[in-house]
Design a protein around this ligand. Sequence first.
Ligand SMILES: Nc1nc2c(ncn2[C@@H]2O[C@H](COP(=O)(O)OP(=O)(O)OP(=O)(O)O)[C@@H](O)[C@H]2O)c(=O)[nH]1
Length: 306
Amino acid sequence: MEKMTEVYILGGFLGSGKTTLLKEIIQQENEAGRKAAILLNELGSVSVESAALGADVPFKELLGGCICCTIQDKLEVQIHSLLSEHELDAIYIETTGAAHPVEVLDSIMSPLFAKRLNYRGIITVVDLLRFKDRNELSPQLRQLLVEQVQHADFILLNKQDLVSDLEAGQLVYSIQAINPEAISLLTTQAKISLSSLQKMKMNQKNVHSQLNVHSHLHLQAIVHTFKKAMDQTSFEEWLRALPATVYRMKGYVSFTNSEQPYLFQYSYGMPIYMNELIKMPLNLVIIGEKLNEKEIRSQLTALEEK
Ligand SMILES: Nc1nc2c(ncn2[C@@H]2O[C@H](COP(=O)(O)OP(=O)(O)OP(=O)(O)O)[C@@H](O)[C@H]2O)c(=O)[nH]1
């Protein structure tokens, strides 16, 4: 079996400490003998980012040559080439503050290689000082700050040195009120241990079992591989019954009434089929929230058995 590459999406406000965190992570990845790559998905400020990363730590050396500066629509291509050129343990994708995580996950998880990716979640870096003074921001920026916290699986409450202990306590409380499921950690200079990041999905499972909830609470990507063709009518009945928290699907599907497989896309309830001339692996990527993975898998398997 091919090696699975962990994928982390890294977000946070301008100047919150994302580059500082990346340096920290890459150093620890190197020390652990793991190979990691960074994708900077920053429009316009690519050179600034690279320069910042390279200021005291040589960026190229750190990354073993895997530097990719990209914009969002090229993400899929970049990941594909990274995966074909390197045996990677992890890919960290730094996003622009404004990029919606669903869009980012959607551009990462191509049905062609999604099976090789182990999507681990969203890390959000929060500048505590900025968060404390968030009422001074415009309503749009304040909303963005709150949304970044809401979508996170792991939150670094960074720049602890700039607030008092009492303020830090209050800010932890407010941030956890916005997102109680995420792991949140107070940091200075984005100092965290790699192992705490790697545990993030595991920890969430603990939360779920305590609450006795069998679905994930955050953005997920499920990859299902069909073994054979299905009945199209039954597949469409399944689509209609899906919860609204399935945001995107894409992949290759094959129906019993047609020789050719289809490239299938689904976005907010709208399915689109396109004829696919080449025989592709029948991988279907499902992106959504609060999905019951076990149930979805067994429904898809049942569709094939029909
Ligand atoms: N006082 C203080 N400064 C910090 C801390 N973490 C990062 N900084 C500083 O904050 C500034 C911004 O940090 P970066 O890591 O470049 O932040 P970023 O999110 O990558 O910034 P953009 O790429 O502009 O969005 C730098 O000058 C850092 O040295 C911290 O914990 N405390």
